[in-house]
Design a protein around this ligand. Structure first.
Ligand code: NAD
Length: 264
């Protein structure tokens, strides 16, 4: 049988390096025959992203800062030009000022609140609108969330609020775009050591906690997330939209692990 993603073209936004969650998803869909375009945020990341993109045979690698409408427009203009259509988008972009990813949420500044919500939530909405205009035969839009949207996690602060808004927007976007057979979903990934995560206070402790307190008793990898991403971006998930799918070793279902769990 044919690879799952044969004939599908997708845009991957949010690769910073080979530890990025976006890269885990890109690898999985590329292995199943998808043709990919990539964006990178600014020149500093260009030299990391270009070789990764080339390794997938990608011929479209463009700068994009989601706070700059002109750069977002330029990406979709290029896709219209080169491909004339689009089947899926991976949105793996988030930002909050590092200084406010420690201490209390209570002290969030207005500037950081607005910037975090703009980059981490609104950008997905505006990208979905532009992508949908290119999706002539339906499509799949995917973003990345975290359990801090649902429950309080240490130091996640304004990012938790932004992810809650992002998860709500997944549901509204799914309703808006369903008629066009465009599906909108999120993966809520367990903690993974990436560039973005290194900004979160006590991240190593969070990793250890998740490992000890999740049913699988391990942390997830970008390959774990890649597998779920492949499912949500392919026709395997043709009946799934508006969903927040946890890829977290089952951590979210646990109220409390047995006392001896850590020593098993
Ligand atoms: P990462 O640092 O590899 O990726 C974050 C990306 O966001 C980078 O490529 C960065 O360039 C991009 N970005 C930030 N601001 C941008 C802007 N203004 N314009 C364009 N791009 C911008 O880290 P990651 O952990 O792979 O993060 C990807 C997504 O996964 C994020 O949404 C993150 O919140 C989410 N997530 C991460 C974890 C984790 O533990 N690492 C867990 C759950 C969800």
């Amino acid at each position: 049988s044919q690879p799952l993603m044969t004939g599908k073209r997708g845009l991957v936004m949010g690769v910073a390096n080979d530890r990025s969650i976006a890269w885990g998803i890109a690898k999985a869909v590329h292995a199943q025959g998808a043709e990919l375009a990539f964006t990178y945020q600014g020149d500093a990341l260009k030299k990391r992203v270009v070789p990764l993109a080339e390794a997938t045979g990608s011929r479209i690698v463009l700068p994009c800062d989601v706070t700059d409408d002109a750069s977002v427009d330029a990406v979709f203009d290029e896709l219209q030009d080169k491909w004339g259509g689009l089947d899926f988008v991976v949105h793996a972009i988030a930002y909050a000022d590092k200084e406010e990813l420690k201490g209390k949420y209570l002290n969030t500044s207005r500037d950081n609140f607005l910037r975090s919500l703009d980059i981490s939530c609104f950008s997905f909405t505006t990208i979905c609108r532009r992508a949908a205009a290119l999706m002539n035969e339906g499509g799949s839009l995917l973003t990345l969330s975290y359990y801090g949207a649902e429950r309080v996690m240490p130091h996640y602060n304004v990012m938790g609020v932004a992810k809650a808004a992002l998860e709500a927007s997944v549901r509204y976007l799914a309703a808006d775009l369903g008629e066009q057979n465009i599906r909108v979903n999120a993966i809520s990934a367990g903690p993974i050591k990436t560039l973005a995560a290194s900004g979160i206070g006590d991240f190593r402790y969070i990793l250890r906690w998740n490992e000890l307190n999740s049913p699988l008793r391990r942390n997830v990898s970008i390959e774990d997330v890649g597998g779920a991403g492949l499912y949500l971006l392919s026709d395997l998930s043709s009946g799934v939209t508006g969903e927040v799918h946890h890829v977290d070793s089952g951590y979210n279902v646990i109220g409390m692990m047995a006392v001896d769990a850590a020593s098993d």
